[in-house]
Write a protein that binds this ligand. Structure first.
Ligand SMILES: [Zn+2]
Length: 437
């Protein structure tokens, strides 16, 4: 379908005004992938059926395509296999095939954009998967990738007890120490295809003292552990963080920072990062600094629900506090550590924290675009306007009435191309292998 065509809706969520509106038609150009017109109809201007070639989404609830602001395409659920075992034991082929499958699942669950924050020992393969999706080889969300996350020696890399020097390959990210290496690493990441720089402000560096049964949830296997066997501690000095951000700004690329300690988060926000991931111990002081520095919070409630059960109520409360104070939120679950295709769990948990539905939907659309660096990412998506990417999702039910509505994705369009219709995959999924050339 090369000519522009229209999508007709009866109930559509407009994230720019955070409200549901009626009788909107959107015209899209599948060649450019852009919205070419958004118009308001009168209720009677369309009959029972729409013009040939158009799409009728009346009776469904329509949204911009969702943006998951924190994902890992090469990771599958830690409940299936630990992070260490995935990195150490799964072949490159298996991990790539899994990623292809994760991308298809994500797209069909309504996510037209993934902000993928670290390839988890797969080097620059995330950039290569991104390019394969962009070339039309496989279906998937539009990817913005970090390639290898930056951390200092021994901070974020697979470790086992069977290595004399404590190093287990392949490494999880890129190891850098000192200001000069920080500068060089950012340059190397950009050259290697990164859209985003990701670094760790802190991590569980002392884990080999009371070895965990696995590396990422915080579960130890020592008989008599202290109260905090594997505490998160800083991995970079302020000067190193400052250089990462300074060099990224020079290269016009946004910076995302993993921070679980309050101290690490404060340092990263002060250095000028665009987003803080997690903020396990976020408080008023941190949130006020984030507001002052225009820093976005990605609370990753969906992974915390699984690995921080004891503190989860507090985590929901602190997320609500961040919202009430006015911190900019983007919706990202650390998807991959729990199954791809269940990304909307993050929206459900933000609602459970007490954030109004409309604000949650806005943080999963426009908020996601802002987390990707706004115009630094080179395109616009996440709302309905001429010149914005034609990403459209429709649900069978209305989330104002049905708390599981976000799980009932009926229709998915990305860049003006339909990938799911009437609840079923279409396009590359259909029998479109023709021999007529
Ligand atoms: Zn993550």
């Amino acid at each position: 379908m090369a000519a522009p065509y229209s999508i007709h809706t009866s109930t559509l969520f407009d994230p720019k005004i955070k409200a549901f509106v009626s009788d909107i038609s959107i015209t899209v150009d599948p060649v450019s992938g852009l919205i070419v017109e958004v118009s308001k109809r009168t209720p009677t201007s369309l009959g029972a059926s729409v013009p040939p070639g158009d799409i009728d989404l009346r009776g469904k609830t329509v949204f911009p395509g969702f943006v998951d602001a924190h994902t890992h395409i090469f990771v599958h659920s830690y409940e299936e296999r630990s992070s260490l075992v995935q990195k150490r034991d799964e072949s490159i082929v298996e991990r790539i095939i899994r990623a292809v499958s994760h991308c298809r699942t994500a797209l069909l669950s309504g996510y037209t954009t993934y902000r993928d924050l670290g390839s988890e020992s797969m080097q620059e393969s995330d950039a290569q998967v991104r390019d394969c999706i962009n070339r039309g080889l496989i279906p998937g969300p539009r990817l913005f990738v970090a390639t290898r996350a930056l951390a200092s020696t021994g901070s974020y890399e697979p470790r086992t007890e069977n290595h004399a020097n404590g190093v287990c390959l392949p490494r999880g990210g890129e190891v850098i120490d000192g200001v000069d290496e920080a500068q060089r690493a950012v340059r190397r990441r950009i050259a290697a295809g990164a859209d985003i720089i990701k670094f760790y402000a802190d991590y569980r560096r002392r884990m080999m003292r009371y070895p965990p049964t696995q590396q990422h949830p915080y579960i130890h296997s020592a008989l008599h552990p202290p109260a905090e066997p594997n505490p998160d501690v800083l991995v970079f000095a302020q000067e190193e963080m400052d250089m990462i951000v300074k060099e990224a700004k020079l290269g016009q690329i946004p910076v995302s920072c993993h921070a679980n300690t309050l101290e690490g988060a404060m340092m990263a926000v002060n250095s000028g990062v665009n987003t803080i991931e997690h903020a396990l111990f976020g408080n008023k002081e941190l949130y006020e600094l984030m507001i002052q520095k225009n820093c976005i919070l990605v609370p990753t409630l969906a992974i915390y629900e699984r690995i921080h059960k004891a503190r989860f109520k507090d985590i929901l409360n602190q997320t609500k506090l961040a919202y009430e104070l006015g911190v900019r939120l983007a919706c990202g679950g650390d998807t991959g550590t729990f199954p791809h295709g269940q990304g909307v769990r993050e929206m459900e948990l933000m609602i459970e924290a007490g954030i109004p539905l409309e604000d949650v939907l806005e943080s999963c659309t426009i908020g996601g675009w802002e987390a990707c660096g706004k115009d630094l990412c080179g395109m616009r998506f996440g709302w309905f306007q001429k010149g914005v990417r034609a990403d459209i999702v429709a649900l069978q039910t209305d989330p104002r009435e049905d708390k599981f509505a976000l799980r009932s994705v009926d229709f998915v369009m990305k860049d003006g191309v339909v990938w799911k219709q009437d609840g079923k995959g279409v396009g590359i999924f259909a029998d479109d292998h023709k021999w007529d050339q």
